[in-house]
Design a protein around this ligand. Structure first.
Ligand code: SF4
Length: 308
């Protein structure tokens, strides 16, 4: 049962009353709070953690511009649930850089990890990141690179730069660099335009309204707004996530990917509840997005807080 009315217009509430907690977790502080750019590590070998998004592609381009590509590796951790167009984009990006993509893959999908570790990923803790992305990449680095002579590059941009200290810690003993945190500071629209200018079609998910190109638009770190968007754009993917969440709850109790808050009280929100509420709104006289605003939900930046 929803904590607040799932009817579309029962009452206007404010963002301070009802909040999508994933949106709160992911809200970006003003960029003037961002730390100063981190100097790139001194290294002979350069490994780009290719997420499939534009940030990591342009990080690779900037590394190539500084060092060339002869000692560069494009490392991609496949979660097995990526949008098919991500693989097309990776091929195009690699062809542009005249490199091959090195793919690592745990073999499981995010919900398989949640089942295995008995923990449902959410905006605060996402074990899928650790097991499907970080660990396979670190295993590859350990087997193929010298920690003393290798830099790892992550594609987060200036607008996410507040995350760099935590990512530097996560990657230790490997040294990380953040080329897109350096000027010129590019937002996503600029990256899309620059990508087209290079003759490469940007990943489809951006065109479909997603802020990140990962896990096919179904990310446990996203907030309600992205999940609702996924329901509209990819109803079958949403249905599969809804089914897997329900299975997890049947085994492990009242855990949910999403939470919401009203008047300081936090409640779980299942994907089934979110869908039912969206369907109620859609059959009403109200526009769904108008309904969202009336409930005072905050729009989320969505997506993974990479290093996923
Ligand atoms: S993109 Fe989201 S769902 Fe996919 S591995 Fe990263 S945190 Fe997990």
């Amino acid at each position: 049962m929803l904590f607040f009315d799932d009817t579309p217009s029962s009452a206007c509430t404010t963002a301070s009353d009802v909040q999508d907690l994933a949106a709160v977790d992911q809200a970006s502080p003003p960029t003037d709070q961002a730390p100063a750019p981190t100097p790139w590590p001194e290294a002979r070998r350069h490994v780009i953690q290719m997420s499939g998004g534009l940030g990591s592609f342009f990080a690779a381009v900037r590394v190539a511009e500084r060092y060339g590509t002869s000692a560069m590796t494009l490392l991609f951790a496949d979660t097995t649930v990526e949008d098919p167009d991500l693989h097309r984009f990776l091929r195009d990006a690699a062809a542009f850089l005249e490199l091959e993509v090195v793919r690592v893959c745990d073999g499981r999908a995010p919900f398989d990890v949640f089942d295995d570790v008995h923990f449902l990923g959410n905006s605060r803790v996402a074990p899928c990141t650790k097991f499907l992305k970080q660990k396979p990449c670190r295993d590859w680095l350990k087997a193929n690179c010298d920690v003393a002579d290798t830099a790892v590059y992550i594609g987060i941009d200036h607008f996410e730069a507040r995350r760099t200290p935590a990512i530097l810690d996560e990657w230790k003993p490997w040294r990380a660099g953040f080329p897109m945190c350096d000027p010129p500071y590019w937002d996503k629209d600029t990256m899309i335009a620059e990508c087209r200018a290079l003759g490469i079609e940007p990943p489809l998910l951006y065109k479909l309204g997603f802020k990140h190109n990962n896990c096919g638009g179904i990310c446990v770190r996203a907030g309600m707004t992205q999940w609702r968007h996924a329901l509209k754009v990819f109803p079958e993917r949403f249905a599969e996530a809804e089914r897997r969440e329900a299975e997890f709850r049947a085994k492990h109790g009242d855990h949910t990917i999403l939470r919401q808050q009203r008047n300081g009280l936090r409640r779980n929100l299942t994907l089934t509840q979110l869908r039912q509420r969206a369907e109620t709104v859609q059959t009403s006289i109200f526009d769904p997005d108008q309904g969202l605003e009336q409930t005072g939900e905050e729009h989320t930046s969505g997506g993974e807080r990479r290093s996923a």
